[in-house]
Design a protein around this ligand. Structure first.
Ligand code: ADP
Ligand code: MG
Length: 384
């Protein structure tokens, strides 16, 4: 590969790919439902969502394997919809390695160059560069069947990159590998992206993988993008209850609004983040991450009263779990709302089942939602 080293600081962060009102219908079923998205030049963007949410269909339209029912795909402002897939300057890696079993590693990687009729010397040079990039020099003469799953996937990545596409699409490329290998390859992919400066659009249903790899994450549900941003922002400030419940763990409390900064929870007034335009007695949903909440024994709570801006509700311990680095405590409030509190084990949670406790959190740490459905609150509901 020529001039593979690019300085990420010099990348122009302008839009490279635009999806505009993209739809894919199968009969009257919308697999992709009016998606609009701008992908920046050089970014690592991940489509994250449960099975059947439309990630692969969207990626396939970008690759040119599927034709949109309606909508536009633009690259640098030019429509791609009528450009055949092999002319799109897009590389693709799938979950199944789809290597040619009868060809050596070297010939597998050289294949896209051979069909593009590159001169032999040039081909050799580029294949050598790719073998080095994915650290498979020593395996150049092996057949795919003589490689581990992780090595085969590195061959597939090298083969997708060898003709220097501007965009690399990856559909659950590490899905078939075990956890340790997956994490190693995630690190390699992140470094590869940094070194090459190409644009990567990645599909996974694994939120930890999405967090590890991506600069931005698009969360898919029922053919729509329901959240878009950095992993940090989506986790800290989920745009809606579905994203809150899908990403990480969350406590949901049902309140009635009593003002723009006050809610009533199980007949107890609570401070909430200032949310303008609330109507008195309007239903609200409060979301608190388990690690943002605390459970204190009654003695502790009396010794150390809650600070201003914090809420405190009485509850009873259901279960305490030791998880190594962290500890969780499940409680139930007097009105029957289940909550979970998480703390670092080192901090200690000297509580046991049946103990009366006070659960606390800072109003600023809880998100307020005015619209949601019951299925949003159920992590499994998104899956088919
Ligand atoms: P994901 O990659 O997020 O798991 P897909 O994009 O593969 O989801 O599929 C989205 C939805 O579209 C699923 O419900 C799937 O069953 C449906 N679908 C995909 N391809 C076809 C097809 N060729 N015919 C009918 N339905 C399809
Ligand atoms: Mg898929």
């Amino acid at each position: 590969m020529s001039a593979v080293i690019k300085d990420p600081a010099q990348q122009d962060h302008k839009t490279l790919v635009s999806l505009r009102n993209l739809n894919k219908h199968y009969g009257d079923f919308a697999a992709v439902d009016n998606i609009s998205l701008d992908i920046q030049n050089g970014e690592f963007l991940t489509f994250l969502g449960s099975s059947g949410s439309g990630k692969s269909t969207t990626l396939s339209m970008l690759a040119g394997f599927e034709t949109p029912s309606s909508g536009e795909i633009l690259v640098n402002g030019q429509s791609l919809v009528n450009v055949p897939s092999h002319k799109r300057d897009i590389g693709m890696v799938f979950q199944r390695y789809s290597l040619f079993p009868h060809l050596s590693v070297r010939d597998n990687i050289a294949f896209p160059l051979a069909i593009r009729k590159l001169p032999k010397a040039e081909r050799e040079r580029q294949v050598d560069a790719m073998l080095k990039l994915v650290q498979l020099n020593e395996f150049a003469h092996r057949r795919p069947s003589q490689l581990s799953g992780g090595q085969q996937q590195r061959v597939a990545i090298a083969r997708a990159l060898v003709y220097e596409p501007r965009i690399l699409l990856m559909d659950e490329p590490l899905g078939a590998l075990d956890k340790k290998l997956r994490e190693d390859l995630q690190d390699e992919l992140r470094q590869l992206h940094r070194r090459l400066g190409i644009t990567i659009v990645y599909v996974t249903h694994d939120q930890e993988e999405a967090m590890r790899l991506s600069q931005r994450i698009a969360i898919f549900s029922h053919g729509k993008i329901v959240g878009l941003g950095t992993g940090f922002d989506l986790y800290q400030n989920p745009p809606n209850a579905f994203v809150a419940s899908f990403l990480g763990n969350s406590n949901f409390l049902k309140l009635k609004a009593k003002g723009n900064a006050v809610g009533l929870f199980e007949a107890q007034p609570l401070s909430i983040r200032l949310t303008s335009g609330l109507q008195v007695d309007q239903d609200l949903l409060l979301m608190v991450r388990p690690e943002k909440a605390q459970a204190l024994s009654i003695d502790q709570a009396i010794r150390d009263p809650a600070a201003a801006g914090w809420n405190e509700v009485p509850a009873t311990v259901v279960e305490v779990l030791f998880l190594g680095e962290s500890q969780t405590c499940s409680v139930v409030t007097q009105g029957g709302t289940a909550m979970t509190v998480k703390a670092l084990s080192a901090a200690g949670m000297p509580l046991k089942t049946g103990d009366p406790v006070r659960v606390r959190w800072a109003a600023a740490d809880a998100c307020v939602y005015t619209q949601w459905t019951e299925s949003d609150l159920n992590k499994a509901a998104g899956a088919h």
